[in-house]
Unconditional design. Sequence first.
Length: 230
Amino acid sequence: MTILEVERVEKTYPGGEAPVAAVRGVSLSVAAGELVALMGPSGCGKSTLLHVCGAMDTPTRGRVAIEGRDLSSLDDGALTRVRRERVGFVFQFFNLLPTLTVAENIALPLLLSGGSPGEALERAAALANRVGLGHRQRHYPQQLSGGEMQRTAIARAVVHRPALLIADEPTGNLDSASGARVLDLLRDVHEETGIALLMATHAPDVARIASRVVHMRDGLIERIDAGVAV
């Protein structure tokens, strides 16, 4: 089943003297259970494409569909529900809420969707244990290491069992050892849940876990390689 379908997507931003074309006619699909890496240098359009794919931004032209639903046909409320219920996000800088504990941060997507606080925290506790943070559930983000914060973010991204997981440079703000552990966790969670995962990176050692590697440059797809997932 195709989870994400992108057809001839363009994203252009107004510029001082001329518009800036961040993404230029990209077509891509990601199936259930597939892990696809977007790879390329800074400024090649990876993050912009991820934001469009995750319904965080709208394309200037083209079509994006998640689970067969054309995002351009949805109003703001419906787009919010898609982001909240069908997509999970992992960012380079974690984006945890500093006033919430680890357990509360993980439970947040369920609470925002109107879930029972008791059930949300119960599921959050199970996921905290799964990512090795059972002993840190009552700690706040400022009391965690970078690797622990990213593990919390991964748990938060999948607690609501989304169809699509978007990861933007998930190891980019970590040292090599912490990055390797986070990468292993992402791969394990992907394999255990069967979630479709689209991940942006500039690092070949991160892209190695993908089943396909999409190379981007100047807002275009240069080539697509079969991954060497290990």
